[in-house]
Design a protein around this ligand. Structure first.
Ligand SMILES: Cc1cc2nc3c(=O)[nH]c(=O)nc-3n(C[C@H](O)[C@H](O)[C@H](O)COP(=O)(O)O)c2cc1C
Length: 172
């Protein structure tokens, strides 16, 4: 028997995951982002196969992860988490720069960035788990990182279809 409350007790951070392909850039919000080893530092991310960011990463084997600052508001979060870059430019009103590899680095409401080179890809059905080596990092500013709990309980944010934790009709 599965009591879904056991899963909703799990805690996460919230991150921007960015990617590039053929000079185009895109980014999305993800909570399923975590460090899996320290030596060497490796990061894993679980992305829905329908997201554009997923396609860019699958193609290039590169992505950028940015912990989001707690002061980020719902307009900023909705821009990256509820819109798809397939039909919308998420960077039109956001300040950003490009890494040496052309990955988008969001300069507002983020604390740092790390660029990651994928060296393992695991098919999870609806999602793909990309695991990779951290190649480059930089701190943007000091601050408190946004947690999924703060997003849900204080900002009253919802979880869209496609997120790893989405539940039909029961979204928190
Ligand atoms: C709070 C929050 C957490 C999310 N977590 C994930 C996640 O871990 N994995 C995922 O694939 N999508 C997640 N999403 C959904 C994507 O951000 C969303 O599908 C986005 O529109 C994809 O954009 P793209 O098609 O431009 O790549 C989350 C969204 C929000 C708001």
């Amino acid at each position: 028997m599965i009591d879904i409350r056991a899963l909703t007790d799990m805690t996460y951070g919230l991150f921007i995951v960015g990617a590039t392909k053929d000079g185009k850039i895109n980014a999305m919000i993800a909570n399923s982002v975590f460090q899996v080893t320290a030596e060497p530092p490796k990061i894993a991310i679980a992305l829905n196969k329908q997201s554009l960011t997923h396609d860019y990463i699958k193609e290039t084997g590169l992505f950028c992860v940015q912990p989001i600052a707690q002061e980020a508001n719902m307009i900023f979060l909705g821009n990256f988490g509820f819109r798809t870059g397939k039909n919308y430019d998420k960077f039109a009103k956001v300040s950003y720069k490009l890494s040496a590899q052309g990955l988008p680095i969001v300069l507002e409401n983020t604390l740092s960035w790390m660029s990651v080179k994928v060296n393992q890809t695991i098919d999870l059905g609806t999602h793909t788990l990309f695991i990779g080596l951290v190649e480059d990092t930089q701190v943007i500013k000091e601050g408190k990182p946004l947690t999924y709990d703060y997003y849900q309980c204080v900002l009253r944010g919802k979880t869209p279809r496609g997120a790893t934790t989405f539940k039909e009709n029961k979204e928190k």
